[in-house]
Write a protein that binds this ligand. Structure first.
Ligand SMILES: [Zn+2]
Length: 190
């Protein structure tokens, strides 16, 4: 774990942002403590994923079960909340994560934790999908891994083109999950 965040800089940045909007931060009872609240929320949650190094994630995935089970493991409907790197607004949705073990099985909650580590960074959905898949591939060493994210983006639904209800689906398939047709179909149809 590393603490490289500068709380004061974040608070000052939010203060400037609010003042830039023309707001009277000092005298508005609801805004007075907003810079501190926002900094706390980003450090502790929204951007907390930056505090995990690759080594931390490796550790997270290291409590393993040695097993000869070699059929597909799929967890779906795992909720995630992330923030888009382009507008700093939320995008959220659900993930389906699956892998075909090669001697190593990890607890199901670990898959959700890895998703959270990357979701709690500034992201675009495509990269989030790839980062989760590549990290699981690297640290579990499975026959194949697949990640599908279904997300709703506030920057799409409430600004710009304003398309409420539109969803974005991204997928990343690695190893046999990509090359083996039957395996791929099994995962995608789950
Ligand atoms: Zn955006």
């Amino acid at each position: 774990m590393k603490e490289k965040m500068d709380r004061e800089a974040i608070e000052y940045g939010i203060l400037c942002f609010l003042e830039g909007l023309g707001l009277d931060v000092t005298n508005d009872q609801h805004l007075k403590k907003t810079p501190q609240r926002v900094a706390k929320a980003w450090i502790e949650t929204f951007a907390s994923g930056y505090q995990f190094t690759d080594e931390d994630i490796k550790q997270m995935l290291s409590v393993e079960f040695k097993d000869n089970y070699d059929s597909m493991v799929v967890v779906k409907d795992i909720p995630f909340v992330s923030h888009c790197a382009h507008h700093l607004v939320q995008f959220s949705g659900t993930a389906k994560i699956g892998y075909v073990p090669k001697g190593k099985i990890v607890g199901l909650s670990k898959l959700a934790r890895v998703l959270d580590v990357f979701a709690h960074r500034l992201q675009v959905q495509e990269s989030l999908t790839e980062q989760v898949a590549e990290t699981l591939n690297k640290h579990i060493g499975p026959e194949g891994v697949g990640v599908v994210l279904t997300g709703t983006h506030m920057c799409m639904t409430s600004r710009g083109v304003k398309k409420p209800g539109s969803i974005m689906i991204t997928s990343c398939l690695l190893g046999k999950m990509r090359s083996d047709k039957a395996m791929r179909a099994e995962f995608l149809n789950f």
